[in-house]
Design a protein around this ligand. Structure first.
Ligand code: FES
Length: 108
């Protein structure tokens, strides 16, 4: 393994498979992430809620906010910011870019 690389880009799928104003789970190098499509833009966050054992991909997406299915905590998917109680910890977000019609995700 090359530890001199500070970042690694991973191909996580075709842009054609990005959901339309929806979210679904993706496994990337053993991590379960949530992939969102909002108005043609792609966002990726951890899929596990920071409050409990809920998957955000089972939640309700409204604009750039995902609502947890367990206790209705809401996160901003652009920044990962926890927007309301009972959440206290922000959500990890990932940098993505589109390259040759593929969605590339930066792992750090
Ligand atoms: S598990 Fe997500 S808000 Fe409680």
């Amino acid at each position: 393994m090359n530890h001199t690389d500070t970042q690694e880009w991973v191909d996580i799928g075709s842009v054609d498979d990005v959901p339309d104003n929806d979210v679904f789970p993706v496994m990337v190098n053993g991590r379960e992430l949530a992939l969102y499509g909002v108005n043609g833009q792609v966002y990726v966050t951890d899929n596990l809620c920071t409050h409990g054992a809920a998957k955000l991909s089972d939640g309700f997406l409204e604009g750039h906010e995902i609502e947890c299915p367990f206790h209705q905590g809401r996160f901003d998917i652009c920044t990962g910011k926890a927007l309301c109680e009972p959440l206290s910890d922000d959500l990890k977000t990932y940098t993505v870019r589109i390259e040759n019609m593929r969605v590339m995700l930066r792992l750090d």
